[in-house]
Write a new protein. Structure first.
Ligand SMILES: N[C@@H](CCC(=O)N[C@@H](CS)C(=O)NCC(=O)O)C(=O)O
Length: 217
């Protein structure tokens, strides 16, 4: 399998974590931000990440569809057991939706500043500004305290749960943890202190999910 990603993409990092938890063998292709020709050729024109090339050659886009496909395999049942499928998918959708909507704004100024290539930095800014308006990335930096405050409200119940058990649905990680991890990986790639700024307990949690993914199965 091959996973095409940007290192800071929460959707790609969610899929990557699910692959790691599954113990899957795969390669990473770090898509060059400013040259997506190979990706467009592979997908027939889709240039978002993640994209998964499955072992049988099938090309799958959209992280939710990729996760559904991976979870459809027998070995993956424990990451979304039937009895919890509703709440686990709902939590993953909460991460991909309202929580991502705040946290990508928190991460974006640092992600922008990390592009070494001026063309890639400008393209990243253009992509954001065409959707959210001129100066949006600078505005998100100015508004970071407020954005983090709103995100903290959304994660507050999650922290209550994680004070009681290691993972969102118990002793073992599930798809829900992969989704939350994807967001924390985005923050960490942007600026490691952002994870702790959001909530100190989320840094040991982030490391716990990574340790679970490394643990022998
Ligand atoms: N709904 C898609 C969203 C994918 C997405 O928005 N990916 C972002 C990176 S996080 C992307 O590729 N953006 C294109 C760009 O920045 O040019 C999914 O879940 O896979």
């Amino acid at each position: 399998m091959r996973l095409h990603r940007f290192r800071y993409s929460p959707y790609a990092r969610k899929v990557q974590m699910l692959l790691d938890l599954l113990g899957a063998r795969y390669e990473i292709n770090e898509v060059p931000y400013g040259d997506r020709s190979a990706l467009a050729t592979l997908t027939g024109g889709y240039i978002y990440v993640p994209v998964l090339e499955d072992a049988d050659g099938t090309v799958v886009v959209e992280s939710r569809d990729i996760c559904e496909r991976l979870l459809g395999r027998d070995a993956a049942r424990r990451f979304c057991p039937d009895a919890l499928a509703g709440p686990i998918w709902a939590y993953a959708d909460f991460c991909d939706g309202p929580l991502e909507d705040l946290l990508f704004r928190v991460a974006s100024p640092d992600v922008r500043d990390k592009w070494r290539d001026p063309g890639e930095r400008a393209l990243y800014t253009l992509v954001k500004e065409r959707k959210f308006g001129a100066g949006c990335v600078d505005a998100w930096l100015r508004d970071r305290t407020a954005l983090l405050g709103r995100a903290r409200k959304l994660v507050a119940p999650t922290l209550v749960t994680l004070a009681e058990r290691p993972f969102l649905f118990g002793e073992q990680p599930t798809l829900a943890d992969a989704a939350l991890y994807g967001l924390l990986a985005m923050l960490h790639e942007a600026n490691p202190s952002l994870v702790t700024d959001l909530a100190p307990a989320l840094e040991p949690y982030r490391l716990r999910v990574e340790a679970a993914a490394r643990a022998p199965r």
